[in-house]
Design a protein around this ligand. Structure first.
Ligand code: HEM
Length: 199
């Protein structure tokens, strides 16, 4: 039987590839990611996760078993950006505000799934010599660490239960959530290149 997660993986595969490519995957793999690009990645993830977490917080009953407090990435991103003297851009904090709880499942799939790829990205980041001084205290890309597998399994159980009978809606929303990522990447580009304040 095809599960909702199977469908999500299969039907958003091309969106994943496109997003991964857009988010500097060639430079990452080559070990040539620049500090500007690293800042840009953090700003993109921050804009996405802050908006998603705020939207999820509007539906505490529906997302109870998701345990939102154990999955927050905004504090990690705030800490990483603060190290680089940056703040989370308040571009579209309401980007998910009118998404229904079932649609938010699709956006949460994209956010949680990115923690799986994040493990690989963390290894790539460490291969970029220019980033070495920036990574000592980095938090976001360490993700859930050894808990990653368990968290993903728990998320799978949650989304299967809450998305039961609504697979088309969840899959469609996940596709749109990947597009949101791509749009936020474009919108955060300027911030990542702005002059840093003098110490
Ligand atoms: C260079 C960047 C990226 C790389 C190299 C990468 C790589 C990967 C890898 C290797 C997996 C499978 C991991 C596993 O099964 O244990 C994965 C899963 C996933 N990634 Fe990425 N990823 C990247 C960026 C992203 C981004 C930016 C997003 C979100 C916008 C994302 C969303 C996902 C999702 C949703 C899954 C789960 C797929 C499933 O259903 O199993 N990834 N990624």
């Amino acid at each position: 039987m095809t599960t909702l997660l199977d469908r999500l993986r299969a039907e958003t595969r091309l969106s994943h590839e496109k997003t991964e490519h857009l988010l500097y995957s060639d430079d990452l793999r080559a070990g040539t990611l620049s500090p500007d690009a690293y800042r840009h990645l953090l700003l993109t993830h921050a804009a996405y996760h802050e908006a998603l977490e705020q939207a999820i917080d509007q539906h505490p009953d529906f997302f109870d078993a998701y345990k939102p407090d154990t999955r927050r990435k905004t504090p990690w991103l705030q800490a990483d950006l603060a190290q680089l003297q940056l703040v989370i851009p308040s571009l579209h904090p309401s980007v998910f505000a009118d998404w229904s709880p079932v649609q938010l499942l699709g956006a949460a799939y994209v956010g949680e799934g990115s923690m799986l790829g994040g493990k690989t990205v963390w290894l790539y980041l460490q291969q970029s010599p220019a980033l070495e001084p920036l990574l000592h205290k980095a938090r976001f890309y360490r993700g859930y660490g050894p808990e990653t597998g368990v968290k993903w399994k728990e998320f799978g159980a949650f989304i299967s239960q809450k998305g039961a009978g609504q697979a088309d809606l969840v899959v469609e929303a996940a596709g749109r959530a990947f597009q949101v990522y791509q749009e936020l990447f474009g919108q955060t580009q300027a911030d990542s290149r702005r002059e840093l304040p003098q110490a």
